[in-house]
Design a protein around this ligand. Structure first.
Ligand code: ATR
Length: 299
């Protein structure tokens, strides 16, 4: 199997064993294949899962080719999660409400979109910090991206104490806050801050919000490339925080290092990768995922 395949490979496809994959741009860093292939082998399913490097303008054609090559399904990662929504023949409620898709199931020519990122995130937070989202004040960076939208929606479903939405393109954070407002009507004793806010990505505003948050989440794609600037100035982080970075390569991300220097607890996105992947597996095969096998393969 190659490290990753391209649209040109899909056009003359002869890898019959490969019936599942992850589509992204970039995608070479993805650890999904090692986890999914371990699960497939463990369950005696005679197929493989590979990486596909697909640019945004190639996505529609790639989805058509996957269906015609009888793929079972694919996962979507940056930058496809939001744009794929318009390319599905059916979308389940979770994906529709999140406004993003991370899992596609092919049924004949049908492409059925769903989203396991939100529940995967909630399980990851519980695993990493032994806390439930409903007890937390969450500050979410990258709220307008696909992963960010799913995480925000999950925070709303679980009734977290407080949710602060931050995005480089502020309008997306503001629109998302409007969509989620009805879930945050109930009053909580929080002091001089609102339960739900969209905030501009500016240092003074972030400093104030971090003082009123328990969990800081990076759901931007920043940190994927070595050349990326830090998500936040290290001086903004504080010891009371739990920091969750959805990025997982390198294992100790730049944000995690900054958190450790500030005395805060931090975790990378491998736990979210695991839990969203297990849920995707269940979507495709309608059976429990061998989660311990998948965890061991990732580590
Ligand atoms: P997907 O839909 O698959 O999640 P995406 O739309 O590219 O992919 O989302 C990536 C997220 O990372 C977005 O929140 C994006 O912010 P914008 O909505 O402003 O594009 C965020 N992001 C990407 N590069 C960033 C950067 N240099 N600084 C801050 N945020 C960034």
């Amino acid at each position: 199997m190659k490290d990753f395949y391209t649209l040109a490979d899909l056009e003359k496809w002869d890898e019959r064993e490969i019936r599942l994959g992850v589509i992204g741009d970039p995608v070479a860093h993805s650890r999904s294949p090692q986890m999914m292939n371990a699960a497939l082998q463990h369950c005696g399913l005679q197929m493989q899962y590979a990486r596909f490097q697909i640019a945004p303008d190639e996505l529609e054609q790639a989805l058509e080719l996957f269906a015609s090559h009888k793929f079972v399904g694919v996962n979507l990662t940056v930058p496809h999660k939001v744009s794929a929504l318009g390319l599905m023949t059916e979308t389940d409620d979770v994906a529709r409400e999140a406004g993003a898709i991370n899992t596609v199931r092919f049924e004949g020519e049908k492409r059925i979109g769903s989203n396991t990122d939100g529940l995967g995130f909630a399980r990851a937070i519980h695993q990493e910090f032994s806390v439930d989202l409903r007890d937390l004040r969450v500050l979410l960076l990258g709220a307008g991206g696909g992963a960010g939208r799913a995480i925000a929606r999950q925070c709303a479903i679980e009734g977290c104490e407080r949710l602060v939405l931050v995005n480089r393109t502020f309008a997306k954070a503001r629109e998302l806050a409007d969509e989620l407002r009805s879930s945050f009507q109930e009053a909580r004793v929080l002091g001089p801050v609102a339960r739900l806010e969209a905030v501009e990505w500016k240092e003074a505003a972030l400093r104030f919000q971090i003082a009123n948050a328990d969990l800081l989440v990076n759901a931007t794609s920043l940190g994927m490339k070595r050349s990326d600037p830090p998500v936040l100035a290290a001086s903004l982080l504080a010891p009371h925080l739990m920091v969750y970075d959805t990025i997982y390569t390198p294992a100790r991300t730049v944000l995690m290092q900054a958190a450790a220097e500030a005395g805060a607890r931090a975790a990378n996105g491998l736990s979210m990768l695991l839990h969203q992947g297990a849920l995707s597996f269940e979507t495709w095969f309608d059976r429990d995922a061998p989660i311990e096998v998948m965890r061991a393969a990732l580590l």
